[in-house]
Design a protein around this ligand. Structure first.
Ligand code: NDP
Ligand code: 2IT
Length: 444
C-alpha cells in the first residue's frame, strides 16, 4: 500500500458508515498522488493524515417547540475542517438526510473550494437534520434561534463564518444573525448571505448559479463554442438552480428541464423563469405546479429521470449523488458536451468516470460552484470595511474569480500530466496553497 492508500484505509476505519465523506476523500487523494510523489516531505510531516481529520467537530442538541407546543429534538453540527489559510468558512444545511458524514464531506470539499477562490478562507460546514418543509415561519424562526443558542460560542467574524446551503437561505440567515447579535452584543460579518439592509452583499443571492455558468462558459470556450443556442438541463429549483437558469438565459441558452426532489418538468419551449421564481421563492410550491401555468410542459414523477432529457449542457444543481452512471451514459449518448456541477458532489464517481472517458467537458463542484463562497468572501471584505459595493462591481469580481479558478484547474491538470481533467486540476490547485500554509505553520 502506498501512502495515499494507507491514509484512505485509516479514514474508512476511523469514520465508519460515512459513505459520502469516504467518497469525497477518495476522489481528492487519488488526484493528489502526483503532487505527493513530488513532495516526500509531506509524508514525513503527516500532512495528508492531518488534511483528512477535521480540526474540530461540534455536535449539539437542538430542542424546539412547534406551533402546537409539541417539543422536538434535532441534532446540530459544525465541522471546522481546516483553518490553514483563513477562518473556517462554509454553509449550513437543514435537511432530514443530514448526519455527520454529510457535513464532513461538505466541510472537506469546502477546504479546497475556498482555496481555489484565492481568498483568505479556511473550510467548514454545519447543519441539522431538521426538515424545514411544511414548517411555519415562526417555527423556522424558533428553530434558527435555538440552533444559534449553541452555535454562537463556536463562531465569529475572524473564527468561523457560516452561510446558507440546502434549506438555509436569506430568511434563515436573518433569524440566525438576529439571535447572534442578541447573544453577543456584536454587529459584524459573522454570517454571510445576510439581507442587504444589515450587511449583506449585492449579488450573493445570484452568485453560485451565475458563477457556475461563468465557469461552464469557460469550459465551452475551450470547446470553441458558447451558451448561445444551447439547450440546457438544470436539476433542482432552489437558489443555485434558479440563478443558473437566469445566467444561461442571459447568455442565449435555453433551459428545457428543472426539478425538485419529487420530480421534473420538461418544457421544450424553454422553462419560464419568472414562474419558477414565483412557485419556489414566493409560494413555496412544488415544481409540478409549473404545468398548470404552462400546459405545453410535461411533469414526470421522480427526480432522477431528468437526465433522460436531451441537452447540450447539464448543470446538476440539487444535491449529492443525484447523477448516477446510467444517467451519465444517457447524457453522453444524447450528445451532451459539457457538465458543470452547481451542487456539491452531484455526480457519482462512476458518472464522473463516464464523462471523462467520453471526452465530455466536466467541471467539478468544488470549482464550478465556488462562486457562492467567493461572493461570501467579498461580503466579508465589505463588512470589514463598513462599505457596500454595487451589483456590477461584485458581479465583475465574481466573474473574474470564476475565470481564474477555471484557468488554475486547467493549468494544474496539464502540469501534473492529465490535461483537460478538471477534477484532478481543481483538487491539485486547491491543495497546493493549503499544503504550503500547513507546512509553514508547523505541527498544529
Ligand atoms: P436550496 O435549498 O435552495 O434548493 C435545493 C434544491 O435541490 C431543491 O430544488 C430541492 O428540492 C433539491 N434537493 C435537495 N435535496 C434533494 C434530494 N435529497 N434529492 C433530490 N433533490 C433534492 O439549496 P441550494 O440551491 O442552495 O443548494 C443546491 C446545491 O448547491 C447543494 O448541493 C448545495 O450544497 C450546493 N451549493 C450551494 C451554494 C449556495 O450558495 N447556496 C454554494 C455552493 C454549492 P426540494 O425542494 O424538493 O427539497
Ligand atoms: O457549498 C458552499 O460553498 C456553500 N453552501 C456556500 C458557503 C458560503 O460560505 O457562502
Amino acid at each position: 500500500m502506498d501512502y495515499v492508500e494507507r491514509v484512505f484505509e485509516a479514514v474508512k476505519k476511523r469514520n465508519p458508515g460515512e459513505a459520502e465523506f469516504h467518497q469525497a476523500v477518495n476522489e481528492v487523494l487519488n488526484s493528489l498522488r502526483p503532487v505527493i510523489a513530488k513532495h516526500p516531505e509531506y509524508e514525513k510531516a503527516g500532512l495528508i493524515e492531518r488534511l483528512v481529520e477535521p480540526e474540530r467537530q461540534i455536535i449539539f442538541r437542538i430542542p424546539w417547540q412547534d406551533d402546537q407546543g409539541k417539543v422536538h429534538v434535532n441534532r446540530g453540527f459544525r465541522v471546522q475542517f481546516n483553518s490553514a489559510i483563513g477562518p473556517y468558512k462554509g454553509g449550513i444545511r437543514f435537511h432530514p438526510s443530514v448526519y455527520l458524514g454529510i457535513i464532513k464531506f461538505l466541510g472537506f470539499e469546502q477546504v479546497f473550494k475556498n482555496s481555489l477562490t484565492g481568498l483568505m478562507m479556511g473550510g467548514g460546514k454545519g447543519g441539522s437534520d431538521f426538515d424545514p418543509k411544511g414548517k411555519s415561519d415562526s417555527e423556522i424562526m424558533r428553530f434558527c434561534q435555538q440552533f444559534m443558542n449553541e452555535l454562537f460560542r463556536h463562531i465569529g467574524a475572524d473564527t468561523d463564518v457560516p452561510a446558507g446551503d440546502i434549506g438555509v437561505g436569506g430568511r434563515e440567515v436573518g433569524y440566525m444573525f438576529g439571535q447572534w447579535k442578541k447573544l453577543t452584543n456584536l454587529f459584524n460579518g459573522v454570517l454571510t448571505g445576510k439581507g442587504l439592509s444589515f450587511g449583506g452583499s449585492l449579488a450573493r443571492t445570484q452568485a453560485t448559479g451565475y458563477g457556475c455558468v461563468y465557469f461552464a462558459d469557460e469550459m465551452l470556450k475551450d470547446l470553441k463554442t458558447s451558451f448561445d443556442g444551447k439547450s440546457v438541463v438544470i436539476s433542482g429549483s432552489g437558489n443555485v438552480a434558479i440563478y443558473a437558469h437566469e445566467k444561461v438565459t442571459q447568455l442565449g441558452g435555453k433551459v428545457v428541464a428543472m426539478s425538485d426532489s419529487n420530480g421534473f418538468v420538461h418544457d421544450p419551449e424553454g422553462i419560464d423563469l419568472a414562474t419558477v421564481k414565483r412557485l419556489k421563492e414566493v409560494e413555496f410550491k412544488r415544481i409540478k405546479e409549473y404545468v398548470s401555468a404552462f400546459p405545453r410542459a410535461t411533469y414526470t414523477e421522480g427526480c432522477f429521470g431528468i437526465w433522460n432529457t436531451k441537452c447540450d449542457v447539464a448543470l446538476p444543481c440539487a444535491t449529492q449523488n443525484e447523477l448516477e452512471g446510467m444517467a451519465a451514459e444517457t447524457l453522453v449518448k444524447n450528445g451532451c458536451i459539457a457538465v458543470a456541477e452547481g451542487a456539491n458532489m452531484p455526480s457519482t464517481p462512476e458518472a464522473v468516470e463516464i464523462f471523462l472517458a467520453a471526452g465530455v467537458s466536466f467541471g467539478p463542484g468544488k470549482a464550478a460552484n465556488a462562486g457562492g463562497v467567493s461572493t461570501s468572501g467579498l461580503e466579508m471584505a465589505q463588512d470589514s470595511q463598513r462599505e457596500s459595493w454595487t451589483f456590477e462591481e461584485v458581479d465583475m469580481k465574481l466573474h473574474r474569480i470564476m475565470v481564474n479558478i477555471h484557468s488554475a484547474a486547467k493549468n494544474a491538470a496539464a502540469e501534473y500530466g492529465t490535461p483537460g481533467n478538471l477534477v484532478n486540476g481543481a483538487n491539485i490547485a486547491g491543495f497546493i496553497k493549503v499544503a504550503s500554509a500547513m507546512m509553514a505553520q508547523g505541527l498544529v
